[in-house]
Design a binder for this molecule. Structure first.
Ligand code: URA
Length: 256
C-alpha cells in the first residue's frame, strides 16, 4: 500500500491536536469541509504529512505538528499535574486552541510556587530538560523570612546536603547531596534571592534554604535553560514556544 514517509492519519492528528473528536472529523470529511492542499479530503483513512501539508477545517487553517511546547505562567493554587480531583491543574489553563492529547508539565512546581512551567507532549525533550545529567539550569527568585549571608552563598555553591524526603525515592538514605547551585541577592536585597539549580528534587529550593536555617516565603521560576519567562505573559496565561525559543530551553547556561 506504501504510506508516505512521516505521514499520519488526518482524523487521528486532528482529534489529537484540536478540540474535534474523531467522530466530528469524520462528519466534516463526509461533508467535504476539510481541505488538504486545497482539495477536499474524503476518505476516513486520508494520511497527511504533518510538517508539509496545508490543512483547512471549515475555512480555518489548522497548524498540525507532532510536538507542542507551551510556556505557562503558573499562578499559586494550581497543581503541576495532568489531573486532580479537587484542584485546578496546569493543563486546565491551556486554552482550547492549544490543547492536544498527551500534554503534560515537564517538571513540577509546588502548588504555592509561581512562574514558568513548560508543557509539552514531547517526552524525550522533557527528559532532556529535566535530567540533572543535561545540566539545564532552572532559575528562581525567592523571598525569605530573613536575609541570607555570603556564607549561604558559599554553602549553595559547594553543594548542600539536605534531609532525605520520601518523595526523593532514595530508600535507606537519610540525606541527599545537591549539585552546586548559585545564589545571589536581588538588587542588593539579601532577603530576596536569585537561585540557579540544575536538578529538580521535591521541594528542592525550599529544602536547601531550610538546611541553612531560612524559610522560603515566596518562590517563582523565572527561567529554564536560556529561556526567560516572557514578561508580557500574564499570570495564568499560556502561549506557544517558538522554535528558536525551544532551542534556548535546552541550553545548559542561563542567559544572564
Ligand atoms: N523548589 C521548590 O522548593 N519548589 C518548587 O516549586 C520548585 C523548586
Amino acid at each position: 500500500m506504501g504510506f508516505r514517509k512521516g505521514s499520519e492519519r488526518l482524523d487521528k492528528a486532528l482529534a489529537a491536536q484540536t478540540s474535534l473528536s474523531r467522530r466530528d472529523v469524520h462528519r466534516l470529511l463526509s461533508r467535504g469541509l476539510i481541505l488538504v492542499n486545497g482539495v477536499p479530503a474524503s476518505g476516513f483513512d486520508t494520511r497527511i504529512d504533518l510538517e508539509r501539508d496545508d490543512v483547512i477545517v471549515e475555512g480555518r487553517r489548522v497548524q498540525l505538528k507532532k510536538y507542542s511546547y507551551l510556556m505557562l505562567n503558573k499562578p499559586k493554587g494550581v497543581v503541576s499535574a495532568t489531573g486532580d480531583a479537587a484542584l485546578p491543574t496546569v493543563l486546565d489553563l491551556v486554552p482550547e486552541e492549544l490543547r492536544r492529547s498527551g500534554l503534560f508539565p515537564a517538571g513540577r512546581l509546588d502548588k504555592d510556587t509561581e512562574g514558568f512551567v513548560l508543557i509539552t507532549n514531547d517526552g524525550e525533550f522533557a527528559h532532556r530538560i529535566l535530567s540533572p545529567r543535561s545540566h539545564v539550569p532552572k532559575v528562581y527568585t525567592v523571598e525569605l523570612d530573613k536575609p541570607f549571608s555570603p556564607k549561604t552563598i558559599e554553602c549553595f555553591a559547594k553543594g548542600l546536603v539536605i534531609k532525605a524526603d520520601k518523595h526523593d525515592n532514595m530508600e535507606g538514605t537519610s540525606e541527599c547531596s545537591c549539585l552546586p547551585a548559585q545564589l545571589g541577592p536581588v538588587e542588593d536585597n539579601w532577603q530576596t534571592g536569585r537561585v540557579v539549580i540544575r536538578q529538580g528534587m521535591y521541594h528542592q529550593v525550599k529544602r536547601m534554604f531550610a538546611a541553612c536555617g531560612l524559610k522560603v516565603m515566596a518562590l517563582k521560576r523565572i527561567q529554564i535553560g536560556g529561556l526567560a519567562l516572557d514578561p508580557a505573559l500574564e499570570i495564568g496565561k499560556c502561549r506557544e514556544i517558538t522554535e528558536p525559543e525551544r532551542l534556548l530551553l535546552a541550553q545548559d547556561q542561563p542567559a544572564s
